[in-house]
Design a protein around this ligand. Structure first.
Ligand code: NAG
Ligand code: NAG
Ligand code: NAG
Ligand code: NAG
Ligand code: NAG
Ligand code: NAG
Ligand code: NAG
Ligand code: NAG
Ligand code: NAG
Ligand code: NAG
Length: 786
């Protein structure tokens, strides 16, 4: 008898044979077959007035390795006594929902054992002090009718949502180490500060967090009173910045992408590290204060402010670090006297690298100016368009001599399939399926998957995909799903997790690096269809040196830009003592992918060790892309042995922001050890005088644009010491392109690397011209002259 699983296997096998037998370039695409369900998922079936499906589905999520078998993942604040009536003080109830079950809060650095969703049905939740959020928490409001957190007039807290509370009397100590404050999300909430006296410096969200975090569909309403001290979102490096930041989105800390924000009218603060995929509206906000290493802003709207971006510049040493680089794309600014203001004039050595692209100004007299000083780029009291403009060191071809530029530069390549109808880089926020009804959701635990981290769930999950792909939203109840063979996800699938459900590969089939095995196959090769994955973690149990975590084959339908992608979905290689896996993500030739908040992390410390000790885990490769596109990457890859990104014959990629780190243990052993070179994966060249992982390696690739990147080489030779950082010798080269590829680079910062760019492994851009604080930055590079 043919089981559903074997049917799926033969279907996949058939397609693989087909694509192998024709010329790869002309391989026919096949539309998704999907499953043979009778009610295909077309549109949402929720009725007006229905709550968001997440509220009423059966709640059976668990934390597989938590010793408390009754540990509750999903917490509806109303079950903890919150009223949501705008009258009763709900602070204690919400904090009880947050903390119950010995979760990871003050005194616990990190833990994967206590994930939670704190859920808010529609309503107005009056709060009089901060909601202190614990590690590994998603705060989610009803996606159909977003609830409000209403700060009471007697509000006394530091922030309404505090992701890293200060310890009372702790002299500035906080609950978490901010660069290790992972796994958090806030969704569908309105935070209303307007009842609080405008003279009080109250903050909507204190977001001092790091990788694997997101703010989605969040609105902060603030006082419009003259002189208001309210701040929207703030993640400051020092408490001082808050005071200073009274008039803006105050942004501190490092490496940050903001996509899709609107700032209207007066006074606010935003600040965060590592926030991805934001859909944020801040009413009454003004300037954007930024600092530290590198930032990419994509799709920003600024209205009625006094200054758009206010950049503190001028520091050129690590001790005097100020704004390193700023890349701003797809912006509309209205009725604002100054779009970008720096505190010091840049003369080539004092950095403050700026790249502007696709900027519409309406009644903005100064486009770029120095505070109290010269106008660097004039604006207009009517309308003006800036195609592509930069301040900083610009390079072309093999010429290693910097050209300090304050003027127009070559615009980035934006292939037609990367942009939207308004000529902006296409963007698509994390899908939340607000219109689906409860009976359009298929929970995997209701159909035989166990998710306890031990039971082999391969067959059960495969059966669920074969039954429901394309017919239901497949909901992975919180848990850890152990699989011992390839799990095939057909095109047409929509998959979501609960507080980051884990798909964990392990066992004999993933052990041989000479015979690699895909753990999760996303679509058969050369299939077309949608495929959406949200809130999932892909991981391995024990060493799996033969595992490719995800092979991504599916291509978006012609009429659904961004139809195949992953959001807030992470790859985690942890809890292993030897080799992690062969490769994280492989984007194959026929695929397209929209990746927003896709963090491939080889653990450099143990999240479940109370001391957070460093670990040496050997992951082979980060992301290999051979895709013809379109591919959007707004994500990051860290600590793989051979490379973090490898583009081979790839086309039409937009890499909106990328941050990478070389494995801390290298060069002992030297790259590529403990892996060997495999030509099937177009592995890079390693040279005994530079035995280090490549951050990015580009061969025979066309129409790639890298817009904002920070690359760290934290070479830790003996016992994790970083002596080489100070003399820029941690590695010789880190970003390499061949002599053919058409890639354009903007706002690239490196740390600890002698050559910031090598071409055919030969050093081109030397860091010595580009030091601007903790990092070195070059503003732009293109193959042909500007
Ligand atoms: C176990 O979890 C339940 C539900 O989250 C909680 O009420 C209880 O206090 C926990 N008990 C222990 C011992 O952790
Ligand atoms: C603050 O206001 C709330 C709601 O109006 C009230 O319940 C609470 O008792 C007040 N707290 C203090 C300390 O006055
Ligand atoms: C707001 O606070 C200021 C300073 O404490 C005070 O002078 C003012 O009266 C307060 N406004 C209201 C409406 O309470
Ligand atoms: C706002 O306050 C400032 C300083 O107190 C004052 O100069 C300005 O006129 C005020 N603006 C309005 C619109 O009241
Ligand atoms: C931008 O954010 C707004 C408000 O949340 C949302 O309606 C819109 O769909 C978002 N656009 C994109 C392209 O993400
Ligand atoms: C900006 O100010 C003008 C004039 O006060 C007002 O008409 C407009 O609505 C404001 N824009 C926004 C987005 O608030
Ligand atoms: C830029 O300004 C700094 C500080 O004023 C000065 O030391 C440096 O020589 C200047 N560089 C150039 C290229 O003019
Ligand atoms: C090896 O690396 C060194 C330093 O990066 C470079 O000078 C040399 O040219 C490289 N050799 C080859 C064959 O690429
Ligand atoms: C590295 O650290 C270990 C443990 O602290 C110590 O025994 C060893 O001597 C150190 N090695 C070097 C080369 O410093
Ligand atoms: C750079 O620093 C390392 C570690 O302190 C040292 O071993 C090396 O000799 C230094 N190299 C240069 C060129 O100064």
């Amino acid at each position: 008898m043919l089981t559903e699983q074997s049917l799926a296997m033969s279907r996949r096998f058939g397609l693989a044979l087909l694509s192998a037998s024709v010329c790869l370039l002309f391989a026919p695409f096949v539309s998704a077959l999907g499953s043979s369900c009778s009610a295909p998922l077309t549109t949402g079936q929720a009725q007006p007035g229905d709550p968001y499906w997440l509220q009423n589905i059966k709640h059976q999520g668990t934390s597989a390795f938590n010793p408390n078998s009754t540990y509750q993942v999903f917490r509806n604040v109303k079950d903890f006594g919150a009223k949501g009536d705008g009258l009763n003080d709900d602070t204690a109830a919400i904090n009880a929902a947050m903390s119950e079950g010995y979760r990871c809060g003050y005194g616990c650095q990190s833990s994967t054992l206590t994930p939670a969703i704190v859920y808010f049905p529609p309503g107005q939740y009056l709060v009089s002090s901060a909601i202190n959020t614990y590690y590994y928490t998603q705060m989610i409001g009803d996606a159909r009718t977003p609830p409000t957190l209403l700060a009471s007039s007697n509000f006394t807290g530091f922030a309404v949502i505090d992701a890293d509370p200060y310890v009372p009397g702790g002299g500035g100590a906080q609950w978490f180490v901010n660069q290790d404050n992972f796994y958090r999300s806030v969704r569908n909430l309105i935070i209303d500060l307007r009842r609080v006296n405008a003279t009080a410096p109250v903050i909507g969200i204190h977001w001092q967090v790091s990788q694997a975090t997101s703010l989605i569909n969040v609105v902060v309403e603030m006082s419009q009173a003259n002189g208001t001290q309210h701040l929207g979102i703030c993640s400051h490096i020092s408490p001082k910045l808050i005071v200073a930041g009274k008039n803006g989105i105050s942004v501190g800390n490092q490496q940050f992408t903001v996509r899709n924000i609107t700032v209207n009218n007066a006074v606010v603060g935003i600040n965060a590290a590592w926030t991805w995929g934001m859909g944020l509206v801040l009413t009454h906000a003004c300037y954007v204060l930024t600092s530290w290493i590198g930032w990419t802003y994509q799709r920003v709207s600024i209205n009625n402010c006094s200054i758009g971006f206010s950049l503190t510049t001028g520091g050129t040493t690590a001790a005097t670090q100020t704004v390193g680089s700023e890349a701003i794309i797809d912006v509309t600014v209205m009725n604002t006297p100054v779009f970008v203001q720096t505190t010091t004039a840049s003369n080539g050595t004092l950095a403050g690298s700026i790249v502007l692209n696709n900027v519409q100004l309406h009644n903005v007299p100064v486009a770029v100016g120095v505070k109290g000083g010269e106008v660097v780029l004039k604006g207009s009291s009517s309308s003006m368009y800036i195609d592509s403009w930069a301040q900083g060191n610009v390079y072309a071809g093999n010429d290693g001599v910097p050209q300090f530029t304050q003027g127009n530069i070559k615009p980035p390549q934006k292939p037609w399939n990367i942009i939207d109808s308004q000529n902006n880089i296409f963007g698509r926020g994390h899908p939340q399926y607000p219109d689906y009804s409860v009976d359009q959701i298929a929970s995997v635990k209701s159909y035989g998957a166990v998710g306890d981290g031990r039971t082999d769930d391969t067959a059960a999950l495969q059966r669920i995909f074969d039954m429901f792909a394309g017919c239901k939203l497949i909901f992975f109840d919180a848990g850890t799903y152990y699989i011992t063979d390839t799990l095939y996800i057909p095109a047409g699938s929509q998959i979501t997790g609960e507080a980051w459900s884990v798909i964990l590969g392990g066992g004999a089939k993933f052990q041989d690096q000479k015979n690699p095995k895909v753990m999760v196959e996303a679509g058969a090769p050369y299939t077309i269809g949608i495929l959406e994955i949200t809130d999932i973690i892909f991981s391995t149990l024990g060493p799996a040196p033969g595992a490719i975590l995800v092979e991504w084959n599916v291509k978006q339908p012609w009429d659904q830009q961004g139809g195949a992608g992953m959001w807030d979905t992470y790859f985690r290689y942890v809890r292993v003592l030897a080799a992690g896996c062969l490769m994280g993500l492989h984007l194959t030739q026929g695929s397209s992918a929209y990746l927003e908040g896709t963090w491939l992390w080889t653990a450099d410390h143990d999240l479940d060790d109370p001391q957070g000790r460093q670990t040496s885990i050997f992951t082979g490769r980060g992301i290999l892309s051979e895709s013809f596109g379109p591919v959007w990457m707004i994500g990051t890859a860290e600590h793989a042995a051979l490379y973090q990104y490898n583009f081979h014959a790839a086309q039409n990629h937009w890499i909106g922001f990328a941050q990478t780190e070389t494995p801390y243990y290298q060069p002992i052993p030297p790259a590529p050890q403990p892996y060997s070179i495999n030509s099937a994966y177009y592995d890079p060249v390693f040279n005994s005088s530079n035995p280090m992982a490549w951050a990015m390696y580009v061969v025979q690739s066309w129409d790639l644009t890298l817009f904002g990147k920070v690359i760290h080489s934290l070479r830790l030779t003996i016992n994790y010491t970083q002596g080489c950082l100070a003399n820029y010798t941690c590695q010789n080269g880190i970003l390499n392109i061949d002599d053919q590829s058409t890639i354009m680079l903007y706002s690239v910062s490196t740390v600890g690397t002698t050559y910031q760019l090598t071409i055919q492994e030969q050093g081109i851009i030397n860091e010595k011209y580009n030091r601007d604080g903790f990092q070195e930055t070059f503003t732009a590079w293109s193959r042909s002259p500007y």
